[in-house]
Design a protein. Structure first.
Length: 149
């Protein structure tokens, strides 16, 4: 039995301290690269969620204006009354109806515009001057702020 145990102990191989330290250093490098990347992915998804909520509010406003053609603006509280199921991250919304004016035989169409503030997680967004749905697709038209605490 003693010979058997000695034989097993001689064949026993393990990791040296240097090998363990190398593995820990490599894992640390990978973590240092991955953590900021994951943070950026989360931030981008929050921004896209805010833009999607604003787009949904514009679609709801479009339905509102079809049913209420005499109205020229609508806010979030009014949209929640049967036109918008969930405001999502939106805190305030004002949508202005598109208009058409004809002067001297020339028709000018002003597109529907939205002004909003929103918050999701630590990300807040705002549009203080009305933007169209096409401009909403471009994130540069929206002011995003990230809380740092």
């Amino acid at each position: 039995m003693k010979k058997f145990l000695q034989k097993k102990l001689k064949n026993e191989k393990g990791l040296t301290l240097v090998e363990l330290l190398a593995v820990i250093v490599i894992l640390g490098i990978i973590a240092a690269i991955a953590v900021p990347s994951i943070g950026n992915i989360i931030e981008n998804s929050r921004q896209k969620a805010i833009l999607a909520d604003a787009s949904n509010a514009m679609e709801a406003a479009n339905l509102y204006f079809v049913e209420n053609p005499e109205k020229s603006t609508v806010d979030l509280a009014e949209l929640k009354k049967g036109f918008l199921d969930s405001a999502g991250s939106l805190l305030t919304v004002t949508v202005t109806q598109s208009t058409e004016t004809t002067s001297n035989g020339t028709t000018t169409k002003t597109p529907m515009k939205i002004v909003f503030t929103a918050k999701t997680g630590k990300t807040t967004a705002s549009v203080t001057t009305g933007i169209t749905k096409d401009q909403l697709k471009d994130k540069s038209n929206v002011t995003f702020n990230k809380e740092t605490t």
